[in-house]
Design a protein around this ligand. Structure first.
Ligand code: S3P
Length: 175
């Protein structure tokens, strides 16, 4: 299979969905958001999937979605922040495209999603103060993102459109 997909990975609030949609339009590729696919499959929003069925169930649906999406071509795929923690998900996505890590600092993430109620891993019952939770989880995840990514881009201080232009510039070297 040729590597025609562009896969955006990174932490919650890094801008994967907003950037992905704009990048897809610009490159005339199909935009796919794995969280939206999971929601459509479950008939529930992500926080409800977590609260009614738990995270393991969400991860099962996520794996099914990744298997399906990875079979498609010419797509920009926005993943969830935890998608590529799973080895099989990472392998499948790497086989179909370039993996781009949208990096964001803990401060930027907090500003964007610290108060959000639709991020169960940050605001669920028993979760610590979101600022601390973001720092801890981000530190753990960064190691994984670094391993999975073909290249990374620091998004702090950039508008989504600037991030799109940066990705395009980098892709012209990679592809
Ligand atoms: C998650 C990130 C979320 C969503 C779910 C779990 C994570 O996606 O998949 O809440 O494990 O980091 P976003 O990165 O789009 O917020």
């Amino acid at each position: 299979m040729s590597k025609t997909n562009i896969v955006l990975i990174g932490f919650m609030g890094a801008g994967k969905s907003v950037v992905g949609r704009a990048l897809a339009r610009r490159l005339r590729k199909r935009f796919v958001d794995t969280d939206s696919e999971i929601e459509a499959m479950a008939g529930l929003a992500v926080p409800e999937i977590f609260s009614r069925h738990g995270e393991p169930y969400f991860r099962q649906l996520e794996k099914q979605v990744v298997r399906r999406v990875a079979a498609g071509e010419h797509q920009v795929i926005a993943t969830g922040g935890g998608t590529v923690v799973d080895e099989e998900n990472a392998r499948l996505l790497q086989a179909t495209g370039v993996i781009v890590w949208l990096m964001a600092s803990a401060e930027a993430v907090y500003r964007r999603v610290g108060q959000a109620t639709n991020r169960p891993l940050l605001s669920g019952p028993g979760e610590a103060d979101p600022r601390q939770r973001i720092q801890e989880l981000l530190a753990r995840r960064e190691t994984v993102y670094r391993q999975r990514a073909g290249f990374s881009l620091n998004t702090d201080g950039l508008t989504p459109w600037q991030v799109v232009r940066e990705i395009e510039a980098r892709l012209s070297y990679e592809l």
